[in-house]
Design a protein around this ligand. Structure first.
Ligand code: F6P
Length: 369
């Protein structure tokens, strides 16, 4: 029996996706493993996430060549070293409220002869996979998102590389901040989850960290900064998550437009905050929005490794016939969980456990009594 496996990456890109695609492909086509298996596999990459399955016209060879890419070991050999996704991605939602194209997707999966789909994505991409699973499509998920906001897994691809970017960029800012004796406000991504800001800020040694899970007061931020200035320190780094908000205020958006999953693009809180610090504190303050730099660049060793492990685990799930599940890291081991469990709720920072609401920083207490 030969299983035709489709692979796609959806949502925001990040480091580690190419590693996952490579290891799905290599494991599925591994000639050494093939000898021991009853099932043979072929792997087809779908371009631009769910858009590929919406747009492809299976009867037109040109369209099939445009939206799909047969994968083999030679082709994917070097992919794990590179960031982004060589298959492309999009935020197309086949179940979008504006236009439901799920019927097309179901037809195209059938017409392309795909027996299984491996969907590599975050909350949005995997929610589509979950709905397709309920409609009878055989799907396996691999978690990725720099926001690390999926439940039921301790790791999502891209997170480690993004943390490294934050730490590196803050290191760079320190020298100029110190020379000019300025406060720098650094805005990270993360949407409604503060993990990137919190752990990126902790890793970078930021003086203040502001997260969406705890609304902050500007006067308190200025008071803390002032205290440090008075102690003779020349500069401060404030890390603020794009989803953080002033107490009593609202999230700051770059635009009012929403994507097909209903998300508006967050951004701008660092600018607002830096203006207020300068006004109320009376010293020079600048801001930097790290934005998509956090999603770019070469994958860290950890993301390459996790891409490899999740890719291999996805093929294990296929061979076991364990569909509707997502590969996961659970207490340090590679495992799998139902897609439903990963999507049940957004995994956000537990303030009581990890955040100091007085100091606006990570808690200095690791083992709770
Ligand atoms: O979900 C991943 C993420 O990088 C968020 O942190 C961010 O808010 C969003 O995607 C940005 O999306 P886009 O690339 O569409 O601007």
């Amino acid at each position: 029996m030969t299983l035709r496996v489709g692979v796609l990456t959806g949502g925001g890109d990040c480091a580690g996706l190419n590693s996952a695609i490579k290891w799905v492909t290599k494991t599925a086509l591994d000639p050494f493993l093939d000898v021991r298996r009853q099932t043979r596999m072929e792997v087809v990459g779908i371009r631009d996430g769910w858009r590929g399955l919406v747009e492809v016209e299976p009867d037109d060879p040109e369209s099939v060549a445009r939206w799909t890419l047969p994968l083999n070991e030679l082709l994917v050999r070097t992919w794990d070293r590179y960031g982004g996704t060589n298959l492309g991605t999009s935020r197309v939602n086949p179940f979008s409220a504006k236009e439901d194209r799920s019927r097309q997707v179901l037809e195209h999966i059938g017409a392309l002869g795909l027996d299984v789909l491996v969907a590599i994505g975050g909350e949005d991409t995997l929610s589509v996979a979950h709905r397709l699973d309920r409609l009878g499509v055989r799907v396996v998920g691999i978690p990725k998102t720099i926001d690390r906001d999926l439940s039921a897994t301790d790791y999502t691809l891209g997170y480690d590389t993004a943390l490294n970017v934050i730490a590196e960029e803050v290191d760079r800012l320190r020298t100029t901040a110190g020379s000019h004796s300025r406060t720098f406000v650094v805005e990270t991504m993360g949407r409604h989850a503060g993990w990137l800001a919190l752990e990126g800020g902790e890793a970078a040694g930021a003086y203040i960290i502001l997260i969406p899970e705890w609304d902050f007061e500007i006067d308190r931020v200025v008071e803390l900064l002032d205290r440090r200035r008075s102690a003779g320190v020349r500069y401060e780094i404030v890390v603020v998550s794009e989803g953080a908000k002033v107490r009593g205020g609202a999230e700051v958006y770059l635009s009012d437009k929403s994507d097909e999953f209903g998300h508006k693009v967050l951004g701008g809180i660092a600018q607002t905050l830096s203006r207020e610090i300068e006004k109320r504190g009376g010293w020079e303050t600048r801001y930097v929005v790290l934005s998509h730099l956090q999603r770019g660049g070469q994958p860290s060793a950890h993301d390459r490794l996790m891409g490899r492990r999740f890719g291999i685990a996805a093929v294990d799930l296929i061979l076991k016939g364990a569909f509707g599940r997502m590969t996961a890291l659970v207490r340090g081991e590679i495992d799998s969980v139902p897609l439903e469990a990963a999507l049940e709720r957004l995994y956000t920072v537990d303030v009581d456990r990890y955040y100091d609401t007085d100091r606006y920083n990570g808690r200095r207490c690791a083992i709770l009594q």
